[in-house]
Design a protein around this ligand. Sequence first.
Ligand SMILES: [Zn+2]
Length: 84
Amino acid sequence: MKKTKKEIIKDIDDFFRNIKTKTPKEVKKIKKLAMKYKIPLKEKRKLFCKKCYSPFISPKIRIKKGLKIVECKSCGYVSRWKIK
Ligand SMILES: [Zn+2]
């Protein structure tokens, strides 16, 4: 049975609501799904490491020069986002 785009969006929202209980494998899968259906993850992208797909559970966060810097505890990858 094929899901509608609306259902997929709901699945993705539900997934990210419980992101902290997810595995990197599941995060990767949901990201692929979103890309397939061209669903922008927007702020949700900030909930996991883009390198190893581990959910950020209690990451090290620093604020510097208008940037939010988050270090992944699993792989050490540092993500930077502009603070709006
Ligand atoms: Zn990582």
